[in-house]
Design a binder for this molecule. Structure first.
Ligand SMILES: Cc1cc2nc3c(=O)[nH]c(=O)nc-3n(C[C@H](O)[C@H](O)[C@H](O)COP(=O)(O)O)c2cc1C
Length: 338
């Protein structure tokens, strides 16, 4: 049996296969109110029809100031729950589990007048200078993640992913490149990890399903977090009860990244082996054979697919064909599937 099409369980969530739709912002909340639109329904449901095991809804802002753009999805208000619930119910119709990525953009928010970060350091020369969060404001951010987790539960999500990667707010706290604080949220790695620890704890209090955390496990900068730091963070996350580390990279500071097939798998494999925690591999994984190799060699437990699923909602079917494996279509498609 192809491992790519074998089930796996995290807490009470059993996935029918190892294929995950990687969170991808669609900037399509057209009324700038963070609500789900018909586009989101079509976009995500087609990938569920295409037999993806788990769909993680794009970075969804826990507060308005945490949006990358005003078109981002939001979960800062109870009014967001109904649209998300409809979407979750539709994904479940096709046997796909539903996740949501909870996010705060911090200094990478593009449309806000006032933007926030651990320290008053802008991302690059073109971006606004952020306001350094004071301790009460950090607590408000933590509470916003807690309320967002509660709404995720109310909407029926099977899992949430905390976005601690790509140079957004939590990543800004983790990295010495963007965190120059001298209080208990800055300095050594234990202090830089404090915000993520508090966010995981508050999410756990408000959400009963599986919890994944996405990290940028390489900052491509000599003064950034080291692999040793990422192993430390991953061990802390495991001890906190996090179910999986989703291993991405980059985004904290502008740098050139050498991108090639599977370019982020080395860190993913090291974290899995050293910390003994399930990991998700992502980044230019484009074929079933490549995905199967990663799983069979125990380099990751889940395969996150981004752009290949934008190109082809039936990527799972193409991968199964490649591996000589048969997957069941939704009943409506039986006559055209094999
Ligand atoms: C259009 C687009 C939007 C994205 N938005 C997000 C996002 O909301 N959250 C996130 O963690 N990564 C985001 N990413 C990164 C993807 O999840 C994925 O990690 C990346 O594209 C590499 O995987 P791939 O080579 O399979 O595309 C985005 C990528 C694309 C192409």
């Amino acid at each position: 049996m192809a491992k790519l099409f074998s089930p796996i369980t995290f807490k009470s969530m059993t996935l029918k296969n190892r294929i995950v739709m990687s969170p991808m912002c669609m900037y399509s909340s057209d009324n700038k109110d963070g609500k789900v639109t018909p586009f989101h329904m079509t976009h995500y449901i087609s990938r569920a029809v295409g037999q993806v095991g788990l769909i993680i809804i794009e970075a969804t802002a826990v507060e308005p100031a945490g949006r990358i753009t005003s078109g981002d999805l939001g979960i800062w208000n109870d009014e967001h729950i109904d649209g998300l619930k409809d979407l979750v119910n539709q994904l479940h119709e096709f046997g796909t589990k539903a996740g949501i990525q909870l996010a705060h953009a911090g200094r990478k928010a593009q449309d806000e007048e006032v933007i926030y970060a651990p320290s008053a350091l802008s991302f690059n020369e073109k971006s606004k200078e952020p306001t350094a969060l004071d301790t009460p404001s950090i607590q408000k951010v933590v509470e916003a993640f807690g309320s967002a987790a509660k709404r995720s539960e109310q909407a029926g999500f099977d899992m949430v992913e905390i976005h601690a990667a790509h140079g957004y707010l939590i990543n800004q706290f983790l990295s010495p490149l963007s965190n120059r604080r001298t209080d208990e949220y800055g300095g050594d790695r234990n202090n830089r990890f404090r915000l993520l620890r508090e966010v995981v704890e508050v999410v756990k209090q408000n959400f009963s399903g599986a919890i994944f955390v996405r990290i940028s496990a390489d900052e491509y900068h000599p003064d950034g977090n080291t692999l040793g730091d990422f192993l430390f963070y991953s061990q802390q996350l495991k001890d906190l009860g996090v179910d999986l580390i989703d291993c991405s990279s980059g985004g904290v500071v502008p740098t050139k990244i050498n991108v090639y097939p599977g370019y982020q798998i080395k860190q993913c494999e090291t974290i899995k082996q050293e910390v003994n925690i399930p990991t998700g591999a992502v980044g230019l994984i484009t074929t079933g054979i490549q995905a199967e190799e990663i799983l069979q060699n125990n380099r990751a437990d889940l395969i996150f697919i981004g752009r290949s699923l934008l190109k082809n909602p039936y990527w799972a079917k193409a991968a199964a064909d490649e591996l000589g494996y048969t997957i069941e279509p939704p009943k409506q498609y039986i006559r055209g599937w094999n």
